[in-house]
Design a protein around this ligand. Structure first.
Ligand SMILES: NC(=O)c1ccc[n+]([C@@H]2O[C@H](COP(=O)([O-])OP(=O)(O)OC[C@H]3O[C@@H](n4cnc5c(N)ncnc54)[C@H](OP(=O)(O)O)[C@@H]3O)[C@@H](O)[C@H]2O)c1
Length: 308
């Protein structure tokens, strides 16, 4: 079967298509034929020489596909069932995954849209929930045009935000797309804007302290960027901000009922046409181009590899 791997560290260009054996499901895992896999910022971190990935490396991430074999002891799923979730090696015709890391995907939903829900959408709605979003809130979203961000914009709008501010690196290139998602304002990082009630921060680095500064006193900030960042305790104290971290892994471990509730709400919003995941698609063999688009910060929506 085909699988994207890297045999040296570097940038997007190190990704290549290899022929490898189909992985057999170990006890307690399932084998999945992949329909689509998601390319996200964590891939760039993995490829980087400082990422510490062993060689040859193979990227993991979000996927949607169909179960083709059940490992010993798996009773939660059946052969042929359509599922989506996260796997350690996702850019391939076939992968193996743990039942706890996957969930059922409706038959009628396009694979790229489904990927938007099971990966980006889940983070987006979970961020609104852990941030205590209420209708009428004014919300600022960073990394707003990304796979997670554009769905946070759509969800904030759909759930009754009174003002949605989308912050990105290049508002000229991403403004029209984000206004189409429901943003009232599209601004550059570090630009001025009227204070907001809630910040959903998914860019990290120097954007994080700037984003904190856009909060009104007693506002809330959810920090979820894989690239981290530093907050000054004095700035948090001074505005009496509530800062909440979001890790989907921790949320799944400690609040599984909330994750299930978020997932069910997302499928409902999708079926009602109130959520429209956007994606840029590449065939599996063009994974290096897909990653280069991301590295160039030019994607509008989720970057998706269409596999089968
Ligand atoms: N906490 C969790 O459990 C969790 C789970 C999933 C994702 N996340 C995080 O959510 C964020 C969004 O993920 P995603 O998959 O939606 O992102 P994505 O689509 O992969 O985001 C790509 C965009 O990120 C922005 N960006 C910010 N810093 C960048 C950098 N150093 N290099 C390249 N692009 C950068 C760029 O837009 P601009 O130029 O407009 O900024 C770029 O277009 C990431 O920080 C990711 O780590 C967290």
């Amino acid at each position: 079967m085909r699988k994207i791997r890297f045999h040296r560290h570097g940038g997007a260009e190190v990704l290549q298509l290899d022929e490898v054996a189909v992985p057999e499901p170990a006890p307690g895992t399932v084998q999945v034929r992949v329909e689509a896999a998601g390319v996200s910022l964590m891939l760039l971190k993995l490829l980087h020489p400082d990422g510490g990935a062993a060689l040859p490396g193979s990227p993991g991430g979000g996927f949607v596909g169909r179960i083709t074999a059940l490992g010993e002891g798996v009773t939660e799923y059946r052969l042929g069932e359509r599922v989506g979730g996260i796997a350690a090696d996702a850019y391939a015709d076939c992968l193996t995954a743990h039942p706890a890391a996957i969930s059922a995907v409706p038959e009628e939903v396009d694979a790229a849209d489904a990927l938007g829900i099971v990966h980006g959408g889940l983070v987006a709605l979970a961020a609104l929930k852990v941030g205590g979003f209420d209708s009428g809130d004014q919300v600022l979203i960073t990394n707003a045009a990304g796979g997670v961000g554009h769905l946070m914009v759509q969800l904030a709008r759909a759930l009754g935000a009174s003002r949605v501010v989308a912050a990105v690196g290049d508002p000229a290139a991403k403004g029209e797309f984000l206004r189409g998602c429901g943003a009232d304002e599209v601004i550059a990082y570090a630009a001025g804007t009227a204070p907001v009630d809630l910040v959903l921060e998914a860019a990290g680095g120097t954007v994080l302290p700037w984003a904190l500064g856009t909060l009104r006193p007693m506002g809330r900030l959810v920090t979820m960027a894989g690239y981290g960042g530093t907050l000054d305790a004095g700035a948090v104290l001074g505005s009496m901000a509530t800062v909440t971290g979001l890790s989907m892994g921790q949320l799944a471990r400690h609040r599984p009922a909330l994750v299930a509730e978020v997932r069910a709400e997302l499928w409902r919003l999708l079926a009602e046409g109130r959520l429209k995941p956007a994606s840029v698609e590449y065939p599996l063999e063009r994974a290096a181009e897909a990653a280069a688009l991301l590295a160039g910060r030019a994607n509008l929506g989720k970057v998706v590899l269409r596999v089968g």
